[in-house]
Design a protein around this ligand. Sequence first.
Ligand code: EPS
Length: 396
Amino acid sequence: MLRFLTAGESHGQALVVTVEGLPAGLRVTDKQIQDELSRRRLGFGRGPRMRFEVDEVTLLSGIRHGRTLGSPVAIEIRNTEWPKWTESMSPSPGTPDKVLTTPRPGHADLVGMQKYGFDDARDVLERASARETAARVAAGALAKLLLAELGTTVISHIIQLGDQRAPLDLRPGPGDLEAIDENEVRCFDTDASVRMVAAIKAAAKDGDSLGGIAEVLAFGTPLGLGSHVHWDRKIDGMLAQAVMSIQAVKGVELGNGFEQAGQRGSVAHDAIHYDPTDTASGGFVRETARAGGVEGGMTTGSLLVLRAAMKPLATLNRPVLETVDVATKEPTVSFKERTDVTAVPAMGVVAETMVALVLATESLRKFGGDSVAEMTRNHGSFMAHLGETPSAATGE
Ligand code: EPS
């Protein structure tokens, strides 16, 4: 089993992530992790911090000469902004020079202050901030490397930004990630991306923000991850939980989840055909991905499709969102001079990360192994016997 834990505040010294349960022998370089972190910084519409904040990675433990040891991997991402925040975010006893008493609607600020008994919104927002996703992406980079050993590739692309949608029939393949990342909004459809950039510019001019939808695709997902036997072992449930935990994500669907609700049963499902040459599915092929590659809480071995909807960021460059000063109880407005207009292209990369972490965890549960070689052997053995129909009487 794979577990990971992040620590760190948005303007603190550093983010740290510990990843436990990786088998030994996985080849890792700090450049691979650095490259994934750079991908999370992509996207037109990010605020100025994306230009001057640098994700400086240090591999602290669990990796020797470019290979995992089977021990916990700890990674540090230093905040280059830290020198400006040493007083405000100091761990030493003292009081802050400025206290934030106007919680922003739509953020963790107010309810976090009420729940934890804080009078300063910064005590909540520093940890609730999406800066934390940098640590997740570092862990996800390791999960992706592990999945690559099983022939699985996880990518994402933006299919909606604000009210601008890309046509869904244009679905990228596993080799298209570079082209997607080169696009300003990580959209695979050039026409749609032009409309998306125009929408971001218009929102920026108004001091407003935009949400959107990312689609995550996992090619070569092993068949049989998750299980139908318990509610908490169903992989669609795990994927939804993992992706829903991303800051500002308010909706998740597998395949055509929401559209299927309005369809008839005769057209909503993926028909099964037999083709012995399709080894990944044991010969039982589904040509469509309406169910998103999951049936009964288990991966079917066909394309995994997940979509994540992000709300427009609640921090605005325009003083319109009404709130209350918790110290005076007087009405006021929420306002910030520096913020992202949209972070949807980056959210796609984080959604990839969360999907990869779930698939890697469940791959380890199914195939196990203390080394990568043992895990791939177990996977190979499972796949080699997939085409055989076991006898119900003998189970052999
Ligand atoms: C964030 C607000 C912005 C973002 C930040 C997340 O930072 P600041 O308030 O310092 O301008 O830039 O995102 C990152 C730094 C990052 O690496 O993603 C927030 O409130 O969530």
